[in-house]
Ligand binder design. Structure first.
Ligand SMILES: Cc1cc2nc3c(=O)[nH]c(=O)nc-3n(C[C@H](O)[C@H](O)[C@H](O)COP(=O)(O)OP(=O)(O)OC[C@H]3O[C@@H](n4cnc5c(N)ncnc54)[C@H](O)[C@@H]3O)c2cc1C
Length: 616
């Protein structure tokens, strides 16, 4: 990208290419893909960015107005569990799956001998989130998650389901879902009461119980947790099952098989369960979320009995990173809409982007988007490295991972909850301000800002609330000794930083990093009550220090390559989050947002020699 981008050329963040307009995701994916894979995948990302910016963006708005509908009974009074989907949603589904958004990371795409890394899936999901802000993104992420679980834990007996989950052909496709939450417990999954009994006559397990929040309710590849007879209480007693939507005796109910029925499939073609109702939600209208009663429902055991929660944790890692990638994509869209509006809307005789306060807000929104995306895709890099190491061991890919598996696992384990919780919060802030920047129109459904905010609001809730994730950070430190890997990584990153324009910021981060290590050590000794009380602050502190070091190391590389833009982004973030400023900086005469508006907001390149080299 040569920049600066003239956002005044556009009249809204639509009918454009979300890949070519987003220098941030281009930089991050180039950084984390294996080199050869990036060159190969870039044209696919470019094509997908265009499709999302056109057809999928239009479809998403339309489905938001008329979402999926549930018909519980058919006209003869038989249970029908029929979800009627708008044709626009089916079109979006076809476009996304056939573009390889899931398949490419699991099976060799045409023209290649091995699948792409998991990073590609997260990159495609990010682009999709520019339009499908937490709607259809949810089923897509659960399809990838279910495939991930089967790849890791199934002994091959569910191969038909795996093949359908990873299909790039729409007619052969099925989607995934995950049913954990019950009325008495979402965060407290160990409180699950659904039971599973083996039926020797049919060789199926029979599930009985109620699930309270079931997104993508009629998925054919649903993974659910249930307790087998005699299993212990709590999470240790949970097993994982695959619950088909269709009658499993008839084989996998692919899209083609569903469409072969004229209208709703007859009750005899369905599994024995009952979809009570769909939730009437604030947003995420594009995904049907409902309540399900299992009534001796046929199911297959996945992996080993009583290993369900551990297996589900692997899916949750992927879902939490998907949540973070979606948050970054939503922020990207909100930012794009805001930049375009600010360049075009006039008030008091000039475009509103000329006003100092608007400039400062846009600079900070852009910095937040950079920070969220860099940290999320670094976590994705660790996740993808670990999975690549596994695939190398299994002989399905050859090229070695970028990071050794043990470090990759510990870093992913720490960063998945940290980036999920922080990016979710940032997405709400960014979409809320994007709405305000549009003025009164922003609050009206004719404009996409309304949906962006409604959809973003789910991000801190599903896949674990901010509190629950903060407690998970404590567990990662205690059980996986994640702080050891963290300390090594931050040390290495800071050691790479030597450019005079970054030295002050590096010193600030170093000081905070040592304080953070001290805080981690103290909390490890603290009583449980106090450790929990501090967990959220600790998670955010980890985010700030980790991301600062990461950005500085990346900025150093970019400076060596001749561009100082990221150095400005890194300095802004470090100053904003870590520096102590007298009178909150009001008297500092800091005009950063005015002077650096073009590089940060419009991607104008920055000559490294033109950067000042501040000293404290
Ligand atoms: C649109 C939508 C779709 C969803 N889809 C699915 C789905 O497909 N599958 C699925 O399984 N679930 C789904 N969920 C459910 C979601 O994952 C849960 O709602 C969430 O995990 C919280 O659980 P809960 O609702 O039982 O709240 P609770 O667990 O009752 O939590 C209530 C509050 O207490 C806090 N809290 C709980 N425990 C602690 C603790 N130990 N320390 C501090 N604070 C605590 C929480 O942070 C929260 O603020 C969906 C939810 C929504 C909104």
């Amino acid at each position: 990208m040569d920049g600066p981008i003239d956002y005044g050329r556009y009249d809204r963040g639509r009918y454009c290419n979300y890949w070519t307009l987003d220098g941030t995701i281009q930089r991050e994916l180039r950084r984390i893909y294996p080199d050869e894979e990036f060159e190969w995948a870039a044209p696919r990302l470019e094509r997908f960015g265009r499709v999302v910016g056109h057809t999928i963006a239009d479809n998403a708005d339309s489905v938001d107005r008329h979402g999926p509908e549930l018909h519980t009974y058919d006209r003869n009074g038989e249970v029908s569990n029929y979800v009627e989907y708008p044709t626009e949603l089916r079109e979006t589904e076809r476009l996304a799956y056939e573009a390889g958004a899931v398949a490419d990371s699991f099976r060799p795409p045409p023209g290649r001998e091995t699948p792409l890394s998991y990073s590609h899936y997260f990159g495609m999901l990010y682009l999709l989130s520019y339009a499908e802000t937490s709607g259809f993104v949810c089923p897509l992420a659960m399809t990838a998650g279910a495939a991930h679980v089967l790849e890791r834990f199934d002994d091959g007996s569910l191969a038909e389901y795996y093949d359908a989950l990873t299909s790039r052909r729409h007619d052969e496709l099925i989607e995934g879902a995950m049913f954990l939450t019950e009325k008495q417990g979402g965060s407290d999954v160990g409180a699950n009461e659904t039971t599973a009994e083996y039926d020797a006559e049919t060789d199926y397990w029979r599930l009985t119980g109620e699930k309270w929040f079931c997104s993508n309710i009629d998925a054919e590849g649903t993974l659910a947790l249930a307790r087998t007879p005699g299993a212990p209480d709590g999470t240790a007693g949970l097993s994982m099952f695959l619950v088909p939507h269709g009658d499993p005796d008839a084989g996998v109910m692919t899209r083609a098989r569903r469409e072969a029925f004229d209208g709703p499939p007859p009750a005899a073609a369905l599994n024995d369960q009952y979809y009570r109702r769909l939730k009437d939600k604030l947003g995420t209208t594009n995904v049907p979320t409902g309540e399900v009663e299992f009534r001796e429902t046929s199911a297959y055991l996945v992996g080993e009995e009583e290993r369900g929660f551990k297996q589900m944790a692997e899916m949750l890692n992927l879902e939490r990173l998907s949540n973070a990638a979606a948050a970054c994509g939503i922020m990207g869209r909100a930012l794009l809409e805001s930049k375009i509006h600010a360049a075009n809307r006039e008030a008091f005789g000039q475009p509103i982007e000329k006003f100092p306060l608007v400039r400062a807000d846009l600079v900070d929104m852009a910095v937040d988007h950079e920070v969220a995306t860099a940290s999320t895709f670094e976590a994705v890099r660790y996740f993808a490295s670990r999975e690549r190491a596994r695939r190398v061991e299994e002989g399905t890919v050859e090229a070695a991972p970028a990071v050794a598996p043990e470090r990759a696992y510990r870093m992913m384990r720490l960063l998945a909850p940290v980036v999920k919780l922080r990016t979710a919060r940032m997405a709400i802030e960014t979409t809320s301000y994007a709405m305000e920047l549009r003025g009164g129109d922003g609050y009206v459904n004719d404009f996409v800002t309304n949906r962006l905010l409604r959809d973003a609001q789910v991000l801190p809730i599903w896949e674990g609330t901010e509190n629950v994730l903060s407690l998970d950070v404590l567990r990662a430190l205690e059980r996986e000794a994640a702080h050891e890997a963290f300390a090594e990584v931050v040390d290495e990153q800071l050691r790479r930083v030597s450019h005079p324009a970054l030295i002050d910021a590096r010193e600030l981060v170093e000081a905070e990093y040592h304080d953070l290590l001290g805080a981690m050590a103290e909390l490890a000794q603290a009583d449980e009550e106090f450790a929990q009380l501090s967990a959220k602050r600790l998670a955010h502190y980890i985010f700030d220090v980790f991301t600062s070091a990461l950005l500085l190391a990346q900025a150093e590389e970019e400076l060596e390559a001749g561009n100082g833009r990221l150095a400005l982004v890194a300095r802004r973030f470090v100053t904003r989050e870590l520096a102590e400023r007298e009178a909150r900086g009001i008297t500092s005469n800091d005009r950063f947002a005015l002077e650096q508006f073009d590089p940060i907001v419009r991607f104008a390149p920055v000559d490294p020699d033109a950067l000042d080299t501040p000293t404290k």
